[in-house]
Design a protein around this ligand. Sequence first.
Ligand SMILES: Cc1ncc(COP(=O)(O)O)c(C=O)c1O
Length: 457
Amino acid sequence: MALNDDWRRRSLAAVWHPCTQMKLHEAAGAAQPLVPIARAEGVWLHDFEGRRILDGISSWWVNLFGHNHPAIRAALVDQLHQLDHVMLAGFTHAPVVALSERLADLTGLGHAFYGSDGASATEIALKMSAHHWRNAGLPGKCRFVGVAGGYHGETVGALAVTDIALFREAYAPLLRLAATVPSPDARQASPGEDADAVAERAAAALGEWLAEHHDQTAAFIVEPLVQCATGMAMHSPLYLRRARELCDRYQVHLVVDEIAVGFGRTGSMFAHQQAGIRPDFICLSKGLTGGTLPLSAVLTTDAVYQAFYDDSVARGFLHSHSYTGNPLACRAALATLDLFEQTDALSNNAVTAARLAQQLAPLTAHPRVRHARRQGMVFAWDIASSLPDFSRRYARHALAQGLLLRPIGHTLYAMPPYVISPEEGEHLALGALAALQATLAEETGGAARSTGGVDSV
Ligand SMILES: Cc1ncc(COP(=O)(O)O)c(C=O)c1O
């Protein structure tokens, strides 16, 4: 059987890996080693030589109930025996109907429209919003506004509302101009201020922007409670309440991108629910299938749906992807939703997250940690380090500890699968601290500094 090095060599020759400078993998003693994985179970990834690595970031935030979950696997096998795929234009099937009904029950929105990855959900929400205004006789409302540091995917439309320089710069000439307003990131609080004060300030800036530009603006898009890809920037739910009020006042759609934070990650089923608001669009993906298959969905209001309902074909939403509403992916999503109910996942998560916070207390207390923060099952720490490549170095040391943790710039974070046991939590906490100590030991002098920009996700 081929071992790690064989797979590494073949992969580097044949595969162009995502979000990666391939040269970093290829140099001898690679700065960023490529890790071949043979199988996975629960929180563990297993390589081809019998080593196991705890998946501390749920494989880019998709996995909820552990890898290779028997209930999701059984649902997929059962579905494979019935219907693998059928196009969703002109056809329908049981999994897509059942999933749409359940998502409507959970969100209070409906008319589920499916894509594959998160970025396709963003594209769908933006196109639907602008097309809605066009159908409503307001074609000038076709611009978008997002939040500084926001991330909504990397296809050309989604990238236009993504505000992360590293991902945008090379493609700037391709991108439609979208505006950004200041982030409500609670780390910006001045002494004596709290997260609500920062939220009020950021909301005031959004209000000023909308006052001036609402007649050209279709939608405001926001990652509720945690802006993940910019480095787990967290904000008060007050910001979302203010955003809802402003969007109502100025006739602008509120799009909540729950792709990373949905499905229990922040402590509630959906993050925006902690603000008690109802958005005009919700984008879902990642955890939707429990981390097994690509699927995304956009849900919206009856009012938006009705603006498309017409005798004219051109007034319909003429958007599609070949695998829209794939039955296997929908079955995986249904099995995932069943697990939420059967395992009382939200209540259990609160207990698990509190336990993990205790286990991680020594890391939180480390003298180089700034802005230790948590929202549900998202844990983050900014690390004051002079190492410009802190993230890569840390990830390598974490791997040596049997841990998948990839800091974003100087922000170390953990987003483990919800099923992490006390013993596995201990492995995560001890390994994360040991990796930090090993990384900081590589500093060759120079003042410790706080955050850098995003250099990987
Ligand atoms: C908030 C948010 N929106 C959209 C996306 C894009 O999702 P995908 O990578 O599946 O295209 C991501 C991915 O990290 C995300 O975090």
